[in-house]
Design a protein around this ligand. Structure first.
Ligand SMILES: Nc1ncnc2c1ncn2[C@@H]1O[C@H](COP(=O)(O)OP(=O)(O)OP(=O)(O)O)[C@@H](O)[C@H]1O
Ligand SMILES: Nc1ncnc2c1ncn2[C@@H]1O[C@H](COP(=O)(O)OP(=O)(O)OP(=O)(O)O)[C@@H](O)[C@H]1O
Ligand SMILES: [Mg+2]
Ligand SMILES: [Mg+2]
Lengths: 258, 258
């Protein structure tokens, strides 16, 4: 059964895009067929895979109903990994979608043909840092949520907000089946008390949801996108690639219910 | 003459809130009367000053016209520093404001009485990480923009987007006088090539706009908000406080046209 997963956290800079790209690459390397949808007008996931917003392709036009979403699917140089790139027009989609009748369910309708027909095992959506319409649309469409959180105080404070938002989306009837699939600690710096305190807090409140794997702070993850490479290509034997590979295995085990 | 400054960058986690709070505190300590408006539904600036969203106060209700913005102004324990706190309802403001006739100029209208009558030298607006309605409203209202940017590749990539957005707002006639007042490098880590490369790139393309002061990466800046303290209160003799004080002096010199 195909899973549609939103990688979301309204707090900015917590590692959503880095996790979306790295997890996609790791799953594809393990043989799973993955589609990554870049829902962020910043188009960071698109450029991290070495793609510029391809000419004429546009998630924006699919969202407002001018084209099919299936036509926006692009292969990448990585086997088993496909992407729907973002474009800057997406920022304009917020205002246009807000004015539609059933604006919360727009993305869910538009992505439905891909969910039903396409040969993917996982569809991952990289969400923008916001509580706006693109984010709520992603939550209304997704089966579950993966929440990356950096080991910082503001990110910790924001966790309750996303948990509340999920409850609201479930309660509104827009997506009663939505659940938080997991919480991933990112940018963990073992040398600071702050990192340890934040990890302790998150584990105490969300023990079952928080993955065992913690992604360490590593400058390699910051360097890779400037070459349009994933961490598996840029620094395959480094601690960052190894951590994301370990996370991908833990992610799959959890999907299997182990 | 009072200046209304938007602290904005659609890229998440670049140090907007940390800069808004630290600069406000430094300016207030130098004797300037400062109002900090928290435009982010995450309300990080509000909590960094040790305030929870005060009961009944709400920027949201002022934006949709139910109350005056002037009634939302709160003193802080810091002399010369006042704040208009954020509240989570702000996230709902995006959809409501989008439906108004002249939605781009909503904040500009609502903040006008404060700009004209109030005794502030500076009004700083901490913006959310987005290209959405709250951010474009802030750009339509502001005299100038202060753009914090972390020393990372995605943040560098985003700089051209914010420059284009400013041109669009100017060109649309919504705010012909808007300009980028300055660019501040944050989270600078002298040990990594990445930081040095990004700083080099930003200075090459935006030499005159980029402040000389660079804010170093310092865990103290991450710890201070968990105590509801500014960096001047939490670690007054550390490198982070000293850097923001140096930045505040450079900021004032530039405001005076030196
Ligand atoms: N584990 C890590 N160690 C060091 N740097 C990291 C790590 N993870 C991500 N980064 C870097 O930190 C910055 C923020 O990460 P990223 O852009 O993935 O976060 P995001 O949540 O997607 O941000 P936004 O909210 O803007 O979408 C990026 O420059 C990225 O390269
Ligand atoms: N110079 C610095 N050194 C170390 N940590 C920092 C520094 N500046 C900010 N931080 C921390 O990095 C994180 C991101 O900073 P901050 O929240 O101020 O960014 P932002 O741009 O306001 O984020 P958002 O896009 O979510 O509004 C915070 O946890 C903050 O405490
Ligand atoms: Mg991102
Ligand atoms: Mg902020």
């Amino acid at each position: 059964h195909m899973k549609l997963i939103a990688i979301a956290n309204q707090k900015g800079g917590v590692g959503k895009t880095t996790t979306a790209v790295s997890l996609s690459a790791c799953l594809a390397a393990l043989g799973w067929r993955v589609l990554l949808i870049d829902l962020d007008p910043q188009a960071n996931a698109t450029s991290a895979l070495g793609l510029e917003g391809a000419e004429g392709l546009s998630l924006y036009r699919a969202l407002v109903g001018e084209t099919d979403m299936a036509e926006q699917v692009l292969p990448t140089r990585i086997e088993n990994l496909f992407v729907i790139p973002a474009d800057l027009d997406l920022a304009g989609a917020e205002v246009e979608v807000a004015r539609l009748e059933n604006h919360l369910l727009r993305l869910r309708e538009v992505v439905r043909p891909i969910v039903e027909d396409a040969p993917f095992d996982f569809i991952l959506m990289d969400c923008p840092p916001s509580l706006g319409i693109l984010m709520t649309n992603a939550l209304a469409a997704a089966d579950e949520l993966l929440v990356p959180i950096q080991c910082e105080y503001f990110a910790l404070e924001g966790l309750s907000k996303i948990v509340n938002l999920v409850e609201q989306i479930k309660g509104s009837g827009a997506n009663p089946g939505l659940s938080i699939g997991g919480i991933l600690m990112t940018m963990y710096d073992a040398r600071t008390n702050l990192s340890q305190q934040v990890v302790g807090e998150v584990r105490r409140h969300f023990e079952a949801l928080t993955y065992q794997t913690e992604i360490p702070r590593s400058v390699r993850l910051g360097e890779a996108p400037s070459f349009g490479q994933t961490i598996l290509e840029y620094d395959p034997n480094g601690i960052a690639a190894k951590s994301y590979q370990k996370f991908a295995e833990e992610f799959i085990a959890r999907q299997r219910g182990e």
